[in-house]
Design a protein around this ligand. Structure first.
Ligand code: IMP
Length: 174
């Protein structure tokens, strides 16, 4: 597959510094509880791992997988769950960990489905809050970075399944 032109946006060091801040915030706000952190696969995998290892409170982890993008750069609007949460979340404090919120359609569907399982609370933690195409009014409780627009790759974010494993985040040019 042809290489795309890309420009460094957030280095791994910059990302990790933000991840540590967020982990500190979560650890203090959830002190005395044992939240369930649910990572949204595949994009959130590195953010999720870095984040949960920085927490200094006990936590339960699980994953959910929702496919919405296929191979395009735009959200299709229809979200299919290909892996659901397996740990019990009833009466638990849940934190959803997402790589990037774009239209917000994916998170909206995940939150709606999770609510049916009766958690005590659901909060959202997203590494990137991308504002340009937001359609759903999603409250992002913990946010890594806010960007206006652009398509990002690296640190879990892909373009046609490429570039996910890069340690830094880049903007795709063009
Ligand atoms: P939404 O439903 O439009 O909010 O889309 C969320 C999902 O789209 C994310 O979890 C990503 O998988 C994907 N996505 C949105 N923007 C980008 C991007 O800039 N780079 C890579 N994936 C993206």
């Amino acid at each position: 597959m042809a290489e795309v032109e890309k420009e460094l946006l957030f280095s791994r060091e910059t990302i990790l510094a933000r991840v540590r801040d967020i982990a500190r915030e979560i650890s203090s706000e959830y002190a005395g509880t044992e939240p369930v952190l649910i990572g949204v696969l595949n994009g959130a995998v590195f953010f999720f791992s870095d984040l949960v290892m920085e927490l200094n409170i006990p936590a339960i982890i699980d994953f959910i997988r929702a496919s919405s993008y296929g191979s395009q750069m735009q959200s299709s609007g229809s979200v299919a769950f290909t892996k659901d949460v397996e740990v019990p979340v009833e009466g638990k404090h849940v934190i959803l960990v997402e790589d990037i919120v774009d239209t917000g359609l994916t998170l909206k569907k995940i939150i709606t489905s999770l609510r049916k399982k009766g958690p005590a609370s659901i909060r959202v933690c997203a590494l990137i809050d991308k504002l340009e195409r937001r359609e759903e009014d999603i409250v992002i409780d913990y946010r890594g970075f806010r960007i206006e627009e652009g398509f990002l790759v690296g640190y879990g974010l892909d373009f046609n399944e490429q570039y996910r494993t890069l340690p830094h985040i880049y903007t795709v040019r063009g």
